[in-house]
Write a protein that binds this ligand. Sequence first.
Ligand code: GAL
Length: 462
Amino acid sequence: MELKHRVMVAAAPLTAVALLLSACGGSDVATAIPAAATAIATVAPGAATAMTGAATAVATNVTGMTGGSGKLEMFSWWTTGGEEAGLKALYALYKTDHANVEIVNQAVAGAAGSDAKAVLKTRMLGGDPPDAFQVHMGHELLDGYVAAGQVEPLDALYKSEGFDKAFPQGVLDIVSGKGPDGVQHFWSVPVNIHRANVLWYNKTVLSANGITAPPATFDEFFKDADILKAKGITPLALGDKVTFASAHLFETVLVGTLGPDGYKGLWTGATKWDDAKVTTALNNFKKMLGYINSDHAALTWDQANDQLIAGKSAMTIMGDWVDADYKAKKFTDYGWANAPGTAGIYDALSDTFALPKGAKNHDNALAWLKLAGSQPGQDAFNPLKGSIPARIDAGKGGYDAYLQSAISDWKKDTIVPSVVHGAAAKDGWAQAYTDAVNTFVTSQDVAATQKALVQAAADNLK
Ligand code: GAL
């Protein structure tokens, strides 16, 4: 069968996209990836060999490569309801052209790749890579796997599939970079764009307490939070059993307090971490922590979201994979707004797939990358994953009201790169930042935390 989809490049509507990762500067290719951690991760049970029943499968040859045999081992950290639903839709589509390829769903539980990344590094260093793997666009990709010489360049794929014209320039700029050979290459295929700075709320809980609109500023947030707290409702649900969640919350507070330029400058050296605004951000965050659930350290982000669904909590601040979580849990009584202080700002990240050197099933992996970068692939995956397509020509049909608003915001908002999700800084810095924020959740020591953040920047901006 012939390739059925076509690359249709719309007139570049995304000037703002070029700003994504403008804060990130060039990739520090000389930076070695941090030593592999030895965390034992839970491998999600149940191989995905029989991906049945995905409604989105269509009988077209979207990869342009039929047949094949053997395996496709796909490595990710997508195990929660919406994450898995998106992944399975893509698997089902893959199976329509590659019925005899066994898909091995190597999904290592742990939000934001907390355990998966360590497992992957161990496997890479041990010469046992999967066939394809999930990796964030930006510094996580370029300063990690590319710098370490662990992934194959994808220039031929970008040419043959027209990917070099299918994605906005700002995206192309950060899935490419100089490799260890000193030459510029494309390194991974973006399947989506996620937004980190979303405040989700239970509509009935807010309206039943006389709150007619979600809070847009920190002052409004604290005012609403006081009303809710007085009624015995947790104002803000947090689940930071996996430490990314509180670091994620603070990231949105930094954006909301420093503004887009101030925030972006933190990752280039243009904004100093000892700036008074960082102190203000830490104080805003400290105050917010006075309104969270007491069992936050025992819950994952999606379990915290269950509290919102149950009406025990009113709001949560988390990425738009929450939209997919609601869909998977069939919860519809929710609304969304930008996290306090971040109106008109899109705190962005992107999931991409890369091809490790030494992949055992190279051609099956290439077919997977083709599918993930195609319009049918992106439109099967994203409506279920709670993200919007990275492609310019995708995004029509099947997207719910939140996602339609995100598609429109992505075209007009000011884009800033997420640090917790790999875009703004290399892994080592993101981890040092995450560690400092998590210590703060317990210590609430503003001065000591700011000092640790200053040190992390000094260590990583060299
Ligand atoms: C992010 C990832 C998203 C989502 C989230 C929670 O890092 O980019 O796709 O899965 O973690 O696990």
